[in-house]
Design a protein around this ligand. Structure first.
Ligand code: MG
Ligand code: MG
Length: 265
């Protein structure tokens, strides 16, 4: 069941999303060659708690061990922060969630390190673009399939694989609510988008095959051909006459020194 949000609820979600955006910004300041991914996790958790929030991911389902999902190169999503030291040329997806005043927020960004190849940069650029093509279709009166189709049709043009096993989702009092937001689908199909819906759009796009496998840790998802994967995520609120992007990558872009995107969104 889709829970439509009131204006009072949106106020809290916006506050949650601001803490989240700034937590991402703190990570962006420190994300460089040689840092261990568990150190980035510590920075995010500390920032979130210092600002009155709690990390949504920590102990999710009673088992996720960290505040961030950090997914390196061929890892699509749900990677554990740990002793891995970031290397030149890596692409690093950082996904974070915050709970504040009872409401969750959720967003993700994939960073290229200097030295990342041209093909990897194109994958990131195009995945980022697909997120905004999805957002453009996320408006009252459209169907979810319009969002899904916009993402899928754009990236498949380049021969990329769209992950099927994981999808975007409604967000609110729970981190994952209805509706589902697939990154593949047909125009005019799926749930109708109406005022009060809040959901995360999060294309997970692979350079090669769409197929993924789960590691034995029960969480980490990687591409089956071990080619790189990219992931960007924003949360939107549907209003009658406009769509609001609730989350922000602004603090990431301010703080991350490598200005890799060729155009601004
Ligand atoms: Mg999400
Ligand atoms: Mg996320």
């Amino acid at each position: 069941m889709v829970h439509l949000k009131t204006e009072e609820e949106l106020v809290k979600i916006r506050e949650s999303a601001q803490i989240l955006g700034k937590a991402h910004g703190e990570v962006a300041k420190r994300l460089k060659v040689g840092i261990k991914t568990k150190e980035l996790d510590r920075i995010a958790e500390e920032f979130i708690r210092d600002h009155g929030g709690t990390p949504s991911f920590k102990n999710y389902n009673g088992s996720f061990p960290a505040s961030l999902c950090i997914s390196v190169n061929e890892v699509v999503v749900h990677g554990f922060p740990g002793n891995y030291e970031i290397k030149e040329g890596d692409i690093i997806s950082v996904d974070c969630g915050v709970q504040y005043k009872g409401y969750h927020s959720d967003s993700a960004y994939t960073y290229p390190l200097e030295g990342a190849g041209k093909e990897a940069l194109l994958l990131l650029e195009r995945t980022y673009e697909s997120l905004f093509r999805g957002i453009e279709q996320a408006k009252a009166g459209n169907r979810m399939g319009d969002v899904s189709y916009a993402i899928q049709s754009y990236v498949e043009n380049f021969g990329y694989g769209v992950v099927r096993e994981l999808v975007g989702h409604g967000v609110g009092k729970s981190l994952h609510e209805d509706p589902e937001v697939p990154n593949f689908g047909k125009r005019g199909k799926g749930v109708k988008l109406v005022k009060g819906m809040v959901f995360a759009i999060e294309p997970m796009i692979n350079m090669g095959t769409k197929n993924v496998v789960q590691e034995r840790d029960g969480w980490t998802i990687r591409t089956s051909d071990r080619k790189p994967s990219a992931h960007f995520e924003h949360m939107v609120a549907i209003h009658e006459d406009k769509t609001e992007i609730l989350t922000t990558h602004e603090y990431i872009e301010q703080n991350y020194p490598y200005k890799w995107r060729s155009k601004s969104q």
